[in-house]
Ligand binder design. Structure first.
Ligand code: ATP
Length: 147
């Protein structure tokens, strides 16, 4: 039985619909939520959301923090920012990664935190964009051989 999912950012609604399962980066690591999960409120880390859709496909979303509320029939994600794999600007994420890598070198330990977070956001965006590329490239590993 599917579970309803809503993903919103301060700017927009990114997803609303039913999924078989959602996995997301909770404060204790990547967690999977199915229908009838125990109610829960948790912080979202920077990471990847995977929507396991009823038709068997998977949708990947890069998320940069927020909160998630799990109810028995519904998961509500309030994300600081989030992008679907097909929306990610790879050049922009690569530029952000490079900027962060360069600026982290000259910083003291206390000053590093915001740059580390920027580094993490860009890494996750590149990973999510890469997953989509792999999904679309036959024979690259994750595609099924059913067709
Ligand atoms: P940048 O340094 O490239 O701005 P950032 O990590 O500082 O990256 P955020 O503050 O997390 O950016 O996001 C600002 C807005 O830009 C959000 O709406 C986010 O969804 C969007 N965004 C950030 N990076 C990308 C990207 N590579 N592709 C598409 N949208 C992005």
């Amino acid at each position: 039985m599917p579970i309803e999912v809503e993903i919103v950012t301060p700017r927009r609604q990114l997803f609303a619909g039913e999924v078989e399962m959602i996995t997301l980066p909770g404060s204790d690591g990547q967690m999977g939520v199915l229908r009838n999960h125990a109610p829960l409120l948790t912080i979202l880390d920077i990471g990847e959301i995977v929507l396991h859709l009823p038709d068997g496909r998977q949708d990947y979303i890069a998320v940069s923090g927020g909160v998630v509320e799990v109810r028995p029939n519904k998961v509500i994600v309030l994300a600081q920012s989030a992008e679907r794999a097909d929306e990610i600007d790879i050049d922009r994420a690569q530029a952000a990664l490079q900027r962060a890598q360069e600026s982290i070198r000259n910083r003291s330990t206390e000053e590093r935190r915001p740059v580390e977070l920027a580094l993490e956001r860009s890494r996750v965006r590149l990973k999510v964009a890469e997953r989509r590329r792999r999904q679309r490239t036959p024979g690259s590993g994750s595609a099924s051989s059913g067709e």
